[in-house]
Design a protein around this ligand. Structure first.
Ligand code: MEV
Length: 321
């Protein structure tokens, strides 16, 4: 246990799914990159009950029946916390944007709790697995891709397996750096609702959804090869095809389609929604300089930033928050 009033800190990355969202819930692989923007959690001793402070205004004390309290208690349980702890979190990631805000918070809290308890550091896989206790409360049936990216960063090829303790995670070594422009549609969306939307669609039109999942699987496999070969143009085409399939699953919106069109007009090699869709963010692969895409979006009223992914590590981000 951290002595006296010592504060312990944990942090985690946000994420951008390059290809494979939703299909990953049904066992197809996805490619995800960790981004510099993320979350931080600070742990210190509490008097009587454990407390979670999110921003200035919202504090969860013990169990109040809310999703947030249940998720927090699930994390305390997963991390085998034995003494009252106060966790204060902050994040640069907008909620409901598809940038992995919830998973980044969970991973940062797990790391802060472990440091608070003077536990030996867990592997990234173990941290991601603990974070799933929180993710399940908020998202119902999460694939684990967000938690894996938050815990590990870099560029990952991720596949869910029936046995959750044996997820297949492969770190991809990029042959060429990627410049990504990320724009917010201005509409928040709920991952749980969008995952349920696809599940309901699958109940009605199973063959169509399963065909899309298989097609996305094959795009992701090809994207892995493109990344490893440094074929950025090929990767962009695959992202465009992925967007068409996501639109077919009715996950796109008017704002997302507008942003995709603007990005292509500004020279993007490929562009698609990222995360759960129904709002949230769009990711565009820039040929080199992301400025023309960002300018186009900002002019149309969409907030945006860029990030560079090189080797297997995320690079600092620039742009508006
Ligand atoms: C959300 O970031 C990605 C989804 O595929 C859900 C999941 O994988 O849990 C939509």
């Amino acid at each position: 246990m951290a002595g006296g009033n010592a504060e312990r800190i944990g942090s985690a990355a946000g994420k951008v799914i390059l290809l494979g969202e939703h299909a990953v819930v049904y066992g197809a692989p996805a490619i995800v990159v960790g981004i510099e923007r993320g979350a931080t959690a600070r742990a210190s001793a509490a008097d009587e009950v454990s407390r979670l402070v999110i921003g200035k205004e919202l504090a969860v004390v013990g169990s109040d029946g809310s999703d947030l309290a249940r998720a927090f208690l699930a994390l305390l349980d997963a991390c085998e916390v034995t003494a009252p702890v106060r966790i204060e979190v902050s994040t640069e990631l907008p909620a409901g944007a598809g940038l992995g805000c919830s998973a980044a918070l969970a991973v940062a809290i797990v790391r802060a709790l472990d440091a608070f308890q003077d536990r030996p550091a867990r592997t990234a896989t173990e941290v991601g697995r603990c974070a799933m206790a929180w993710e399940r409360v908020f998202h119902g049936n999460p694939s684990g891709v967000d938690a894996a990216a938050a815990a590990r960063g870099g560029c990952l090829f991720y596949q869910r397996t029936a046995d959750e303790s044996a997820q297949a995670i492969k770190v991809l070594r990029l042959a060429a750096p990627l410049t990504l422009a990320i724009g917010h549609s201005g509409v928040a969306s709920s991952t749980r609702a969008m995952v349920e939307h696809v599940a309901k669609l699958r109940e009605r039109r199973r063959e169509m959804v399963d065909r899309s999942v298989r097609a996305i699987d094959s795009l992701v496999q090809n994207a892995k090869l493109a990344l490893e070969a440094g074929d950025t143009v090929g990767l962009g085409r695959l992202m465009d095809l992925n967007q068409m399939l996501l639109s077919g699953l009715m996950l796109s919106t008017e704002e997302i389609e507008t942003m995709c069109r603007l990005a292509r007009e500004a020279g993007a090699l490929g562009v698609k929604l990222t995360g759960s869709g129904g709002g949230g963010c769009v990711v565009a692969l820039a040929p080199d300089d992301p400025a023309p895409i960002l300018e186009r979006w900002e002019k149309a009223g969409f907030r945006s930033f860029s990030t560079r992914v090189e080797g297997d590590a995320p690079r600092p981000t620039v742009g508006s928050p």
